[in-house]
Design a protein around this ligand. Sequence first.
Ligand SMILES: C[S@@+](CC[C@H](N)C(=O)[O-])C[C@H]1O[C@@H](n2cnc3c(N)ncnc32)[C@H](O)[C@@H]1O
Length: 186
Amino acid sequence: MQQKLDFLRQSLRNLRMTGSVAPSSRFLCRRIADKIDPEKTGVVVELGPGDGVITDYILKRLHPDGRLLVFEINDTFVAKIKTRFEDPRLMLIHDSAAHMGRHFEKMGIEKVDYIVSGIPFVMLDEALSEAIIQECRNWLATGGLFVQFHYSPLLLKVYRRIFGNARVEFIPLNIPPALVITCHKN
Ligand SMILES: C[S@@+](CC[C@H](N)C(=O)[O-])C[C@H]1O[C@@H](n2cnc3c(N)ncnc32)[C@H](O)[C@@H]1O
């Protein structure tokens, strides 16, 4: 309960940045994390982890030798993630997803296998949203997946234009009900 109240407090302070009033439900987290193949060693990236609800599910699916890089801009959520997880596979980057490329280059990462995003692109500046989504496509390895959740289908056309495909699943048991959009890097 305390976790939900803390999340709500952050949302009320920065609704445009947070884009939601409650953390994702376990049904939504599970549906997203299930896209990750636990047999595959690789690099998973999470954009906008908030207080880490989806992060927790991803870490449970991640291969023991895999890596999870998370990008978060909200100071309070960054502090929360730092205290919540001690997993050596997790690396927290306190910066915008818009700068993912410079961090990957510094780390010597050439391609990533999955990008999971909770960034509320619908509420951000259109050019910035498109630049981040395009950057996601650029950094994904061929065969990699981009998984995004939203509360409306508004940006579906953008994902279809950038990736050439987008599969949509409806998750009713979430506040509010959500859509999971999965794009394949061909
Ligand atoms: C809808 S919340 C999702 C939180 C959590 N993943 C969940 O499912 O409950 C969106 C998150 O994206 C973060 N965010 C917004 N813009 C961002 C950006 N440009 N780069 C990284 N994180 C961003 C917000 O601070 C917030 O934590």
